[in-house]
Design a protein around this ligand. Sequence first.
Ligand code: HEC
Length: 132
Amino acid sequence: MIKKAFSFFSLSAIAIAIVSLSGCYYDVEEDLYPDSQLPTACDTSNVRYAVEVKNVFDARCNSCHAGVNASAGIRLDNHADIKTYLDQTGSRLLSSIEQDGNASSMPQGQPKIPDCEINQVKIWIANGYPEN
Ligand code: HEC
């Protein structure tokens, strides 16, 4: 009788140990992959206006460059206005985000946006800035 109770206790202890260990295992996994919730690395293989380019302008520029009061009258919140601006000014927009000194550096007062986002905009412009 005593022996049976003891083995039941041992089994419970082992079960608890396994559960706690697997808990630790998941904790460690989260430490190893803290960015697993973030989007995957920036992709330049298929750059579309409606997805990648719009995301860049919305996230980095359109706090200032949207709507009727857009900074410098430059609207980057719709394809038609972006196309008009690019048709009229050539490489000015690219110079601004590459911060190469040939136009005001953008985003205004901030460091360069990530290289991959610059490349996405660059590739899209080189492709003739389609509304894709
Ligand atoms: C915090 C507000 C703000 C943000 C964010 C911002 N801009 Fe600007 N932008 C301005 C202002 C103000 C001007 C006009 C003054 C100047 O040229 O510096 C301007 C001017 C420009 C010009 C004209 C530069 C020239 O020399 O002719 C371009 C092109 C431009 N912005 C593109 C962008 C792009 C692309 C982004 C996002 C990557 C961006 N801006 C983000 C405020 C902003």
